[in-house]
Write a protein that binds this ligand. Structure first.
Ligand SMILES: C[S@@+](CC[C@H](N)C(=O)[O-])C[C@H]1O[C@@H](n2cnc3c(N)ncnc32)[C@H](O)[C@@H]1O
Length: 248
């Protein structure tokens, strides 16, 4: 399963992602001079906010185009896969917004996060939680099926329950201080097509451009009565999991 990130799509159709990440930034509460890692920082919109609050922040991301956009903001970026990074006891905090659910082996990533925290350091994150984008995902899978295209062997996103994520964090030696699952219907002012275009890549790995367009076309048709209201406003069926865990 490959992820494909196009910076112009992300900044045009998914600018609400870092905008809504400001709340979890409040939970991070970065302090002047703290060393902070922004894991899966994307184009660095939130990383630059952490920098502006006086922290010594570094971003980490595996997507070249987004990492380049983050560097253009003047940020320090590590182009690494979160499954493989190793910086023992370096950070006061690791922060992550809307990135953990893209990682295929979250236990491994959480172990790396725990190892990279100083004693007393915190991991503060928000990601998709159990039930996130259920209608959107079902429409994509149904469209693939209707077109006789292969379904992904494994569902590409990880949307854990609070209990599952708590267990994973505890298994890595972290103490969970906050764990909240909440429904957050999310307006998509630029519509559903742009959302699908931006995020569909792991479902259509290897498909032709035409097939990809057709999958999006079918999915939009099926989603219209569910996620589009009478005024024409699209809402994504988001469920978020927000947490803070501390290294003893
Ligand atoms: C939806 S974007 C969120 C970006 C940013 N945190 C924000 O709030 O705008 C998800 C990001 O996670 C990154 N990502 C996904 N899997 C990754 C991995 N295994 N290692 C590093 N980065 C990863 C992607 O490249 C992408 O930039």
């Amino acid at each position: 399963m490959t992820q494909q990130w196009k910076c112009t799509d992300y900044q045009t159709y998914a600018d609400f992602v870092p905008a809504l990440g400001v709340d979890v930034l409040g939970l991070l509460n970065p302090q002047t001079g703290e060393k902070i890692l922004d894991l899966g920082c994307g184009d660095g919109a939130l990383t630059s906010k952490i920098l502006a609050l006086g922290a010594d922040v570094v971003g980490l991301d595996a997507a070249d185009e987004l990492a380049t956009a983050a560097e253009k903001r003047g940020l320090s970026i590590l182009r690494l896969d979160a499954h493989g990074f190793s910086m023992p006891c370096t950070f006061d905090a690791v922060f992550s917004n809307a990135a953990m659910h893209w990682m295929h082996s979250p236990e491994k990533v959480i172990a790396n996060v725990a190892a990279s925290l100083k004693p007393g350091g915190r991991f503060v994150a928000e990601q998709g939680g159990f039930g996130n984008v259920a209608a959107l995902s079902t429409a994509i899978l149904a469209a693939l099926d209707a077109m006789n295209l292969p379904l992904p062997e494994k569902f590409p996103w990880d949307f854990p329950t609070p209990e599952q994520q708590t267990q994973r964090l505890e298994n890595a030696g972290l103490r969970v201080d906050v764990m909240q699952l909440f429904y957050r219907p999310t307006p998509l002012p630029k519509g559903i097509k742009g959302w699908l275009q931006t995020f569909i890549s792991p479902f259509v790995d290897g498909a032709s451009e035409k097939d990809r367009e057709n999958v999006i076309h079918h999915a939009v048709r099926w989603l219209t009565p569910i996620l589009k209201d009478a005024s024409g406003q699209w809402m994504a069926d988001y469920v978020r999991l927000r947490y803070r865990a501390t290294k003893p």
